[in-house]
Design a protein around this ligand. Structure first.
Ligand SMILES: Cc1ncc(COP(=O)(O)O)c(C=O)c1O
Ligand SMILES: Nc1ccccc1C(=O)C[C@H](N)C(=O)O
Length: 424
């Protein structure tokens, strides 16, 4: 499709966009009395208007039913997480029994590593990506330490080649083969938080298995953003936070995936709690743990229902729309933003280097832009003028035109503000 850098053209794309009406479902912060152009849904998604009524429902049930709400609320609290299974399984390409919601992302990755990182004297190494999100790096180091190994030896990072911004699949595969019999686990961010690069999860998962290792994915920047087929790709486990693309609210619960093939394995160690115990007999207060056969068997504590409520509102919205429609718009709006950046680049002295892969199959809805010749002052100018982006050292802004609530006209307007910020 050929694009034009005009307001009329952008408005025309909005008029043809079936998802445009969902913009009204979200609350936008305002700057100078105008809705902002929000590019940071990859950090914290906007609040869906319908989230409040889900929270109010729990507050009302708590007021009116108190302890009875666990079993007699319209949406009973004791198995509230089961309402996520169907819609969430479609978002990540899983069976409903393979997904659950609990805790937060780093906590869940630790808990899943209890089950899936079981190093032995000879097979103890973890492959991850260079410059993984810091929380993941701390997690790897502390897990390796906990098991009595040396992080310098046990953690193997896949590097970018000199002068390249993204990691090549062939380099991941070569590293897996090289580490071979010493490899216990591959655990990578499915979408890199800094560059927005999407990894070839299917191919890498198969290669990890071939080497005799288990394979997990941190899907913080992937869930609700890209097409996932976790079950079919034979991924062992995965976890994601819900406050980014899934719009569940700050610090909210994480989602987890555990492949069906691991559900009935009595050998698998895990850190247990009563909410993972056999559902029918949970309140019989039995002394021996009998896990639910499914991802729910990794639950530990009773559920933080008040915080799950807005997440449920959001997941149901995703279910209404479907990932295919979202991805369709995501590709169009991301390409339009890419086009706008290139157009503005021609009109100003500075130059923008998009470090995200240009192939739509290797990116979701994030463009990370190196601002050559510009500095933090430009970022500050954008923020003051109602464009919310984020800044990452040394000189990168990340732009996520989230298809649920960003418009094509936003992209056009952004281009004009960007140009004014440079030329001023
Ligand atoms: C890739 C990645 N891993 C881990 C985290 C940390 O998540 P949490 O603070 O919810 O544990 C984030 C975002 O904050 C992330 O982007
Ligand atoms: N939860 C947060 C709280 C405070 C500041 C940032 C975050 C993020 O989520 C950062 C995110 N992981 C990112 O890739 O930008």
């Amino acid at each position: 499709m050929t694009f034009e850098n005009t307001k009329e053209f952008a408005q025309q794309l909005d008029a043809q966009d079936a998802l445009n009406k969902y913009r009204d479902e979200f609350i936008f912060p305002k700057v100078n009395d105008k809705n902002v152009i929000y590019f940071t849904g990859n950090s914290l998604g906007l609040q869906p208007k319908r989230a409040k009524s889900y929270v109010d429902e729990v507050m009302n049930d708590w007021a009116n039913l108190a302890v009875e709400g666990h079993f007699y609320a319209d949406k009973p609290w004791w198995d509230y997480q089961e309402r996520f299974a169907e819609p969430l399984s479609k978002i990540v390409g899983a069976l409903p029994s393979e997904v659950t919601v609990m805790n937060t992302l780093t906590v869940n990755l630790h808990l899943l590593m209890v089950s899936f990182y079981r190093p032995t004297k000879t097979r103890y190494k973890i492959i991850c990506e260079e410059k993984a999100f810091p929380s993941d790096q701390y997690m790897f180091q502390s897990q390796v330490h906990f098991h009595g190994y040396n992080p310098e030896d046990a953690i193997v990072e896949i590097k970018r080649r000199d002068g390249e911004h993204n990691i090549r699949t062939e380099d991941v595969l070569a590293k897996i083969e090289e580490v071979g019999d010493a490899l216990a686990l591959v655990l990578i961010g499915g979408v890199n938080y800094y560059t927005g690069q999407v990894f070839d999860m299917k191919t890498i998962t198969a290669a990890g298995h071939k080497a005799g290792a288990l394979v997990g994915w941190d899907l913080a920047h992937a869930a609700g953003n890209i097409k996932l087929e976790l079950h079919d790709w034979n991924v062992d486990f995965a976890a994601w936070c819900s406050y980014k693309y899934m719009n569940s609210g700050p610090g909210n619960a994480s989602g987890c995936f555990v492949h069906e093939k691991h559900h009935n394995n009595p050998e698998l160690p895990r850190f247990a709690g009563w909410w993972g115990h056999n559902k029918e007999r949970r309140f019989k207060m039995e002394p021996t743990f009998d896990p639910v056969h499914g991802a729910d068997g990794w639950q530990i504590s009773n559920l933080p229902v008040l915080s799950l409520a807005p997440y449920l509102a959001s997941v149901e919205m995703f279910d209404e729309i479907g990932m295919d429609a979202l991805i369709d718009k995501r590709d169009r709006i991301t390409s339009y933003l890419e086009f706008i950046l290139k157009e503005i680049d021609k009109e100003v002295d500075s130059s923008f280097e998009i470090i995200t892969p240009s192939n739509p199959l290797e990116r979701g809805c994030q463009l990370s832009v190196f601002l050559h010749g510009e500095g933090r002052a430009l970022f500050d100018y954008l923020m003051k003028n109602g464009v919310i982006t984020d800044w990452r050292e040394p000189n990168v802004i990340r732009l996520a035109p989230v298809p649920l609530y960003c418009s094509f006209e936003d992209m056009y307007n952004f281009g004009q503000i960007l140009k004014a910020g440079i030329i001023k």
